[in-house]
Design a protein around this ligand. Structure first.
Ligand code: ZN
Length: 130
């Protein structure tokens, strides 16, 4: 995983999954994510990072302008006790948007994390479930 400026996250997992290849993660967000990763101390596989507006329309009910199109959001595959610990750390470290998907097969469970600030068109801080 040496193909991004962020040692613990790869281009393949962060780039838009529609095939467009766009990878427009926010630098400050990635610094916050690396800091969280260091505190967590274990791999944080990303199932969704940057999304172009067209792809977000395909995969999210938020349409063309969801959190992932800002470059300030990821979904991290995590379940069980690890999910509890990652959530605790994310709250401590100031992540403002947290979405929990913790039903179904453990390998598909995830936590959405973003750092979108209040007053930027999204209700923040916010906690939601899928
Ligand atoms: Zn795309």
């Amino acid at each position: 995983m040496t193909n991004t400026p962020w040692p613990h996250f790869s281009e393949a997992e962060l780039q838009c999954h529609c095939g467009c290849g766009r990878l427009e993660m926010d630098g400050d967000f990635m610094l916050a994510l690396e800091k969280l990763r260091m505190a967590y101390g274990k791999p944080m596989p990303v199932s969704s990072g940057y999304r172009c507006p067209a792809h977000n329309t395909q995969v999210s009910e938020t349409g063309a302008a969801g959190p992932h199109t800002t470059g300030k959001a990821v979904d991290v595959l995590v379940a069980g006790a690890d999910a509890h610990r990652l959530l605790t750390l994310a709250l401590q470290q100031g992540f403002t948007g947290i979405g929990l998907s913790q039903k179904g097969p453990p390998e598909k469970r995830f936590i959405h994390l973003d750092t979108i600030p209040p007053g930027s068109g999204y209700p923040r801080p916010a906690l939601w479930t899928y």
